[in-house]
Design a binder for this molecule. Structure first.
Ligand SMILES: C[S@@+](CC[C@H](N)C(=O)[O-])C[C@H]1O[C@@H](n2cnc3c(N)ncnc32)[C@H](O)[C@@H]1O
Length: 194
């Protein structure tokens, strides 16, 4: 996916909800020693696993970070890419539970921090199993379901949708956003309309 989107050596990437590093490690190889990947996770056990993998592979441009659930834990304007694969649905679930407890939602702060952390021309990529996928497991609410709800928040933060991909016969969705008002970095590398 990284090659298709146009990840370049030297790019700085945040992988939100990195899990076992399914995307983080290939991305770290693609950006090389001049670039970096911050693998953000809220689960300490997953961070330990990622740290172990970093030690084993020597992939030292990959930094596992135990994150707050509403933060990219990054300097302002420091990222060319933010990837959110199979994670926004979990934030949505957390926000539903928080609402029942009368607590403020995470999502608005998270999208604000995405805007703050992206460099000019930076790109947000949201992916996950499509809601149209037959027998969609509950945990796999990926790109589509929650984006309908959060579209207003993305708009408010100035994100414009550039395109989408639908690999695996449409069972998987990848949606691509860039901050509006910024010059496109490499328009040709993004394929619109899947
Ligand atoms: C379904 S896994 C996806 C892993 C990986 N992105 C992938 O596509 O293979 C979702 C991960 O996101 C983490 N997570 C959930 N909410 C998060 C948040 N607000 N910030 C960072 N990580 C989060 C969970 O701990 C879990 O490991």
């Amino acid at each position: 996916m990284g090659a298709l989107l146009g990840i370049q050596p030297g790019d700085d990437i945040a992988d939100l909800g990195a899990g076992h590093g399914w995307f983080s490690f290939p991305f770290a190889r693609m950006v090389g020693s001049e670039g970096s990947v911050v693998a953000l996770e809220i689960e300490p056990a997953v961070i330990s696993l990622l740290e172990h993998q970093v030690r084993v592979t020597g992939q030292d441009n990959l930094r596992p970070v135990l994150s707050r659930p509403d933060s990219l834990m990054s300097e302002p304007g420091s990222l060319e890419w933010i990837f959110a694969a199979e994670v926004l649905g979990l934030v949505e679930g957390a926000d539903a539970r928080r609402a029942r407890r009368g607590e403020p939602p995470l999502a608005p702060a998270l999208f604000q921090d995405m805007r703050r952390s992206l460099a000019p021309g930076g790109t947000l990529v949201v992916s996950g199993v499509s809601p149209a996928f037959e027998n969609l497991p509950r945990y796999a609410s990926g790109a589509g379901r929650e984006l309908g709800l959060w579209r207003k928040m993305l708009d408010a933060e100035g994100f414009q949708q550039l395109g989408s991909l639908e690999p695996f016969n449409g069972d998987f969705e990848v949606q691509i956003f860039r901050l509006s008002g910024e010059p496109p970095r490499d328009e040709d590398s993004l394929r619109s309309g899947g």
